[in-house]
Design a protein around this ligand. Sequence first.
Ligand code: ATP
Length: 271
Amino acid sequence: KLSYEYCEQLVSDFENVVKHPIVGKSSVYYTGVDLGTACVVLAVLDENYKPVAGAYRYSDVVRDGMVVDYIGAIKIVREMKQQIEEKLGTELIYAAAAIPPGTDALDGGAVKNVVQAAGFELTNLLDEPTAANKVLKIKDGAVVDIGGGTTGISILKDGKVVHVVDEPTGGTHFSLVVSGAYNMPFNEAELYKRNPENHKELLPVLKPVIEKIASIINYNIKGYDVEQISLVGGTCCLTDIEKIIDKQTGIFTHKPKNPMFVTPLGIALSC
Ligand code: ATP
């Protein structure tokens, strides 16, 4: 099967620089801006496309991939930009951004305006699975992006996205299940779910909703020759989610060490 070495290395380097930025003398910096339903991520690469800094912040400026709080989104991106600039001691000029596939006519403009209004020069606006695949480098297979509001399934043939669907089941549904099962307010359940210490206990509780996602994958890849599935998106941080999806689909399923950072890094690489 494919080697995911490049992806693992990049994600792991990125995790390190989020905590400890690398201050250096790069002639240029490339920033990837990922405006998600649950989380806004900025990934900064140097002139050699190596991660040097990054930040992420949970927010609700985007819902199901669409910007719903335009001013709030600008404010968050601007603040995160400034914070990283202070740490690196330099101005970040160039940025790329991504949008869920199929939303370009509706929302491409909003994302573009947010990034520009936050002070960046936008060099590229691409779709999320194409961005993720810059890191995964899959030739043939499926990228399954389980985010907050939705699950995006993209099928790749010869390295190009040939089919894409976005289904309205995601991490928010996981939190609703936890909330119901534990009789917890939603926000509390959301935090409980994100804590890796609770994952082992939560897996049986969340199994039915993971199986539902697996059945959505099975349905949508029918008719395509998919030999591997790569999981990205915050919800795939759930420990062992890949095992359930692998079993239910019968297809080799790979999950990078931190699936939340694959798309933002791919966006930065496309800058
Ligand atoms: P969308 O793709 O729907 O626009 P998004 O891009 O904001 O949303 P991500 O940031 O990829 O989505 O993922 C957010 C989801 O990931 C949230 O539901 C969040 O609860 C979940 N999540 C984040 N970290 C963890 C974790 N450690 N364990 C389990 N779930 C997590």
